[in-house]
Design a protein. Structure first.
Length: 254
């Protein structure tokens, strides 16, 4: 009579998971690591600039050159603003992971006008923003919708042409529900990068003077998904881009 075989050791958590889940988790981990490296690089660069401009300002001050001192302090202030924006966006991503319960009736026309006016002042852009009057209302998260519009309008202002920039915010009915558009006449986005631009930390290879840290569109995607909507883009290189937020049909307010 053969002795009873020893019981098999319990499977590790990784072995217990289906291969597809393991592959997905590994992809998520790799994306998170790439994102962390990108943000760390941006923060390190900005902090080095702050230290460098502070040292230059101190040197000019000791030499009795107040105008040169102010030039360096102005540049130092811009680097501080960059750090502040990165931290601000990171906090929004963290909050979007937790979610909110602030669903309400939203007037898309009034909300778009309010955000557009704020962003025009903030960016200091000479672009024109046209908001379609009397757009339908939606029943959605105020904070998530605000984040979507805020980042899309800011991107359109930053990456649009220096002169003659035009942004059009409108809404259309689709088979899925109401679709909110933010259209610009900027440089456009190549087809091969249109899905990647919504990934945290991704930045398009570009010679454009405005370089972000790759968080704005990631916030848009996460905010849209948090309230049950979708985000996407249509674009023609050289002609402009049309970003959209697709609300579900039941989200259209009566």
């Amino acid at each position: 009579m053969q002795p009873p075989s020893a019981p098999e050791p319990p499977k590790t958590p990784e072995e217990a998971r289906p291969p597809a889940v393991i592959a997905w988790l590994r992809t998520q981990l790799e994306d998170a690591e790439a994102f962390n490296r990108s943000v760390a690089h941006d923060l390190k660069g900005a902090l080095l600039s702050i230290r460098g401009f502070a040292e230059l300002a101190q040197g000019e001050l000791t030499k009795g050159r107040p105008e040169r001192t102010m030039e360096h302090l102005t540049k130092l202030g811009r680097s501080c603003q960059r750090v502040e924006q990165i931290v601000h966006d990171l906090l929004h991503i963290a909050c979007l992971r937790d979610g909110w319960n602030d669903m309400k009736d939203l007037d898309l026309t009034q909300l778009s006008l309010q955000i557009a006016q704020e962003k025009l002042r903030e960016v200091g852009s000479a672009s024109e923003v046209r908001v379609e009057p009397n757009m339908p209302h939606v029943y959605a998260s105020h904070i998530c919708t605000w984040q979507c519009l805020s980042n899309l309008i800011q991107n359109a202002l930053k990456y649009g042409p220096a002169k003659g920039g035009l942004i059009h915010i409108t809404a259309t009915e689709t088979a899925e529900g109401l679709r909110l558009w933010v259209k610009d006449n900027g440089p456009g986005i190549p087809e091969e990068t249109r899905e990647k631009i919504f990934e945290p930390g991704y930045r398009q290879p570009s010679t454009m003077p405005h370089k972000g840290h790759g968080l704005g569109l990631a916030i848009v995607k996460r905010a849209a998904e948090r309230m049950g909507a979708k985000a996407g883009v249509e674009s023609t290189p050289g002609e402009g881009s049309a970003f959209w937020i697709q609300f579900r049909s039941e989200q259209k307010a009566a």
